[in-house]
Design a protein around this ligand. Structure first.
Ligand code: FES
Ligand code: FE2
Length: 367
């Protein structure tokens, strides 16, 4: 045995690589598509109504709009049943979504309300929208593509225990687009070894790359890993310290990272990673902190994480489009325990050997 601890090799029972579109099970989870505040209800200058949004999830184009300023969002496939126009080019007026091509209108449930050329004529069958499940949570709009016939959602959006706790303030951060698979981005976020190198211009130090052994366990929802990561600073502050980090992955792509610093400061990162298609993803990120705005302005926290995300993006955007599941496709070292378990769990998910069960993001601080 060399200094590099070779992991035990087990027979790989499943596809060698993971291509999301080949596995309908991924349609059965909730993914964030935008911030709640991104869905506008005021009339756009020069337009006849508010502008709906276009988003893509698992290769499916969606239109997101808020029919009533006081009501919930609606989400539908972004294609008009009449002549296939993208509905996201239309507008929202009088609680109706209006198609930009011939002006047909639908209500919040996607039922046809108006065909302006012959208003008295009956509406054709199949003129309604193909609606998609949606809900608003943690300041984000979430969708699940699976229809009832597909079984609907496997699990609800994880309950974040800090969200309603007054000891934690909320810092919405925004989203970043990546030209890599959602799996690569999850893997990156539980990879303690890259911090010293990829983040050498923010909080990493390539001259201090050594790690203490990380712990990783399977859970009913995915996995939890905890370890100490040496860092050169934290948002808005210089000075070396240690992040005691507990990272939960709620498969497939939702993450809850709890960071404790030696002075007791708590910092939670909610990472809602959305598979845009087989080779692109978007991360929507919300931070929760135990300090106050006076202690550390939200602008400092956002600026820090913006730099960190761009550092990851520069690297991840250049990775291959295939996400490896079989062990023999890569070399692995001791620091890759998390990655190996993650790949095994994706394998079990796509082969039907395991399915996640919902679980709150209990603030585990196991040591
Ligand atoms: S394509 Fe939408 S109304 Fe004709
Ligand atoms: Fe990173």
């Amino acid at each position: 045995m060399t200094a590099l601890q070779e992991p035990r090799t087990t027979r790989h029972a499943g596809p060698e690589t993971l291509v999301l579109s080949e596995h309908p099970v991924f349609r059965r989870f909730w993914y964030a598509v935008c911030a709640v505040d991104d869905v506008r209800t005021e009339v756009e200058p020069g337009r006849r109504g508010a502008a709906p949004l276009h988003r893509t999830v698992l290769g499916t184009d969606l239109v997101v709009w808020r029919p009533d300023p006081a009501g919930p969002v609606s989400v539908a496939h972004d294609r008009c049943a009449h002549r296939d126009a993208p509905l996201s080019m239309g507008w929202v007026a009088d609680c109706h979504l209006v198609c930009p091509y011939h002006g047909w209108e639908w209500d919040k449930d996607g039922l046809t309300q108006r065909i302006p050329q012959f208003p008295g004529a009956p509406h054709p069958t199949k003129s309604g929208l193909t609606m998609v499940r949606s809900q608003e949570r943690y300041g984000l709009v979430w969708v699940c593509l699976a229809t009832d016939a597909e079984g609907g959602p496997v699990a609800d959006i994880p309950e974040v225990v800090e969200w309603d706790d007054p000891a934690w303030r909320q810092v919405p951060e925004g989203s970043w687009d990546f030209d890599c698979t959602a799996m690569h981005l999850v893997e990156n976020n539980i990879d303690p070894g890259h911090v010293a190198f990829v983040h050498m211009n923010s909080f990493g130090n390539p001259d201090n790359p050594e790690l203490t052994d990380q712990n990783v366990q399977r859970t009913p929802y995915g996995l939890i890993t905890w370890t100490d990561v040496p860092v050169e600073g934290r948002p808005g502050e210089d000075g070396a310290t240690v992040r005691h980090t507990w990272s939960q992955v709620h498969l497939p792509f939702f993450m809850h990272l709890l960071i404790r610093y030696p002075d007791g400061l708590g910092h939670v990162m909610l990472k809602a990673i959305t598979p845009v298609d087989d080779s692109h993803c978007t991360i929507h990120q919300v931070v929760l902190r135990t300090d106050t705005e006076a202690d550390r302005p939200a602008a400092d926290i956002r600026a820090f994480d913006h730099q960190v995300e761009l550092e990851d993006k520069a690297l991840l955007d250049r990775l291959p489009d295939e996400f490896p599941l079989a062990q023999h496709l890569n070399a692995h070292a001791k620091a890759d325990k998390n990655s190996l378990l993650l790949r095994r769990m994706y394998t079990e998910l796509v082969t039907g050997a395991w399915i996640p069960t919902p679980h709150p993001t209990t603030a585990v601080e196991t040591r």
